[in-house]
Design a protein around this ligand. Structure first.
Ligand code: ZN
Ligand code: ZN
Length: 357
């Protein structure tokens, strides 16, 4: 009896920890159909009494859903098989120097190092050993020390698998950070003064880059009682010759079609494909691989880079399943698999020259 009770308590604690660090502890929505004319809601006010929300997705989520997921629902996946996550050796030296080209290196999870001409930027940099509780399954693709001093970073939201204190402390103290509303204070509190806070649809200039904060369908939480006090977002980083879209964490929503129409042509779309089961609970905050592929089509991007898999075990499906499901989805849709790129951790991918070059 005590054993069962202890097991239940452990499951609950694990659930709470996972909920805190990535999946929906507080703000998720019920299965709402996207609004018919979604565009206006993408531009609508999205905060109320100090909390942010997704205006196109009515709020109706509860803590009970977490309990239902963790305590009552049965995981239909067998996770006993060893994970197959490819990794290639990379000392990060490729981030130095200048070339008339661009590469994207996958560090793992939602972290990419983009090397565009002579500049470098990072997305949701996480090189650390844990995402609060879940431990890192595969070492980061490049050493954190290889990030050049002139690099800048964009951060999508404050969940522990996207915003990592261990990493922030080890990156150059003067590094410029671009963050969504409400998150600058966290950085300043850690001596990181070079931080630009943006709301959805706002842009900032950094050298030759235009960096635009865009809506995403997600939520935020870092500690007790701070649910949705800081905003979540995706990013468009325009270097001039190339446009990069970084989705952060998001459910599938009408924003992708809007971005594709308004902000294209997009060269590279970094899209999350993992941490999507069970769907009844996750679909509002995390896309599954088929939705990520649809988002790529909506964005009308040249290439999709898959992310948010293989690095942390966050949800019901095995952490290495998403790429296989993505391949099936692309095949079923009659898509061009050469445009949906699944990299190895540490792999450096060369951005093909666009027709405009
Ligand atoms: Zn998240
Ligand atoms: Zn995440």
């Amino acid at each position: 009896m005590n054993g069962i009770r202890a097991q239940r308590r452990l499951r609950l604690l694990t659930g709470l920890a996972i909920a805190l660090c990535s999946a929906g502890f507080a703000s998720t929505t019920r299965a709402e159909q996207p609004m018919k004319n979604a565009s206006p809601s993408l531009y609508a006010p999205h905060s109320e009494r100090g909390r942010y929300f997704n205006p196109w997705a009515p709020r109706s989520w509860s803590f009970l859903d977490v309990l239902k997921w963790k305590l009552l629902s049965r995981n239909r996946y067998d996770k006993s098989a060893p994970l197959q996550v490819p990794r290639v050796a990379n000392d990060g030296a490729g981030l130095a120097g200048f070339e008339h080209s661009a590469t994207v290196t996958w560090v793992g999870h939602a972290t990419f190092a983009v090397h565009d001409e002579g500049d470098v930027f990072l997305t949701d940099p996480h090189f650390g050993p844990r995402a609060l509780i879940p431990r890192r399954l595969v070492p980061p693709g490049i050493p954190i020390e290889s990030v050049p001093a002139h690099a800048f970073a964009v951060v999508s939201h404050n969940h522990y698998d996207h915003l990592d204190e261990w990493t922030v402390e080890r990156l150059p103290a003067a590094m410029p950070w671009f963050v969504p509303m409400g998150l600058a204070e966290w950085f300043r509190g850690r001596g990181r003064a070079n931080v630009v806070e943006l709301d959805w649809w706002q842009s900032a200039r950094h050298g030759r880059f235009t960096i635009t904060c865009l809506p995403a369908q997600h939520w935020s939480r870092r500690g007790i009682g701070d649910t949705n006090e800081t905003l979540w977002c995706s990013w468009l980083v325009d270097s001039g010759p190339r446009r990069y879209f970084f989705a952060g964490d998001t459910g599938y929503f009408p924003g992708f079609a809007e971005f594709g129409q308004r902000l294209g042509p997009i060269d590279v779309a970094m899209l999350p494909i993992g941490a999507y089961e069970p769907r009844w609970f996750m679909q509002h905050q995390h896309m599954d691989p088929a939705e990520a592929y649809q988002a790529f089509l909506d964005l009308r991007a040249q290439h999709m880079l898959a992310m948010h898999w293989g690095t942390f075990d966050l949800t019901d499906e095995p952490a290495d399943l998403a790429p296989r499901v993505l391949a099936d989805a692309v095949r079923a849709a009659g898509g061009d698999a050469s445009r949906t790129v699944v990299m190895a951790i540490g792999e450096q991918w060369h951005v093909p020259k666009s027709a405009a070059d």
